[in-house]
Design a protein around this ligand. Structure first.
Ligand code: ADP
Length: 260
């Protein structure tokens, strides 16, 4: 049976924080034909607002700990400010957007991450289930979901959840219904072979090459979990997975992740 195409775009913190890049991203997203979903992060905005409120950001091994105060900020900033602004701007561009967290319509269930190697990440959710049917109910009506990086455990607890992971899990769940294309948009033109050279975009990465790229130090930091999520999406049947910047969103240049 022929499946309709669905484009899922994930946009990261650095792009959202820069008003000019954010506006270009939303223009480019609005121009995408057909069914689509936008998943957004929030990154540093939450840390900035937390510090304005006198709440300290606790980090372990470069990862933010979501204690009760930080969850409050994440809910306000990601589920509130950032999500509402994106929806408002998309509506102005003629996109019939609806803002959602994973708790809305029970779209994304997760469980609180257990303590790993003595590290308690706090109120962080690892995803158990994405309700593809309920999401498709909205999409098939022409509505465009804008998903914040928050999920819930079904027992009354909202949980902070990595936006790259949400994009990968939503994409994999939607494969049953649509021909899914997943695009990770960040501030660089793709995965770079040399972090100091913007022109060194690696056009294609095979799943089996990832560990070698990490071992050689070619990919590091936030790019490691992003690539792992990209590989997971490919392995779970997502048709196309691309890591790119805003200007390549229309041309679909950048780094393509392939199975094998
Ligand atoms: P996002 O903006 O989507 O939240 P992250 O900040 O989590 O993304 O991860 C992207 C970051 O990964 C980039 O800003 C860059 O500093 C870093 N990075 C590490 N290695 C590479 C690489 N080889 N190519 C491109 N970016 C890389």
């Amino acid at each position: 049976m022929h499946k309709e195409s669905l484009t899922i775009v994930k946009v990261g913190g650095a792009v959202l924080e820069d008003p000019q890049q954010c506006s270009s991203l939303l223009d480019a997203f609005a121009a995408i034909e057909g069914k689509k979903i936008l998943v957004h992060g929030g990154g540093r905005t939450a840390s900035t607002i937390a510090s304005q409120l006198g709440i300290k950001t606790r980090m372990v091994d470069g990862r933010r700990i979501t204690d009760a105060d930080m969850l409050l900020v994440a809910a306000m900033v990601y589920g509130g400010l950032v999500n509402r602004n994106i929806v408002t701007w998309l509506q102005a561009l003629g996109v019939d957007a609806i803002g959602l967290t994973g708790a809305d319509m029970d779209i994304i269930r997760s469980h609180r991450r257990p303590v790993v190697n003595g590290i308690d990440y706090g109120y962080v959710g690892d995803i158990d289930h994405v309700d593809a049917d309920r999401l498709s109910m909205l999409i098939d009506k022409g509505v465009v979901p804008v998903v914040a990086p928050l999920t819930h455990d079904g027992c009354g607890q909202l949980l902070n959840t990595n936006a790259d992971t949400i994009a990968s899990e939503v994409a994999a769940a939607m494969v049953e219904i649509y021909d899914v294309h997943l695009v990770y948009v960040f501030e660089k033109a793709g995965v770079l072979g040399n972090p100091d050279d913007e022109a060194s975009v690696i056009p294609q990465i095979c799943a089996s090459e990832l560990d070698g790229l990490i071992a050689k130090g070619i990919v590091s930091g936030g790019m490691i979990p992003k690539l792992r999520m990209a590989v997971q999406a490919v392995e779970r049947g997502v048709e196309n997975v691309l890591i790119t910047n805003i200007s390549s969103l229309a041309t679909l240049d950048g780094t393509r992740i392939i199975a094998g």
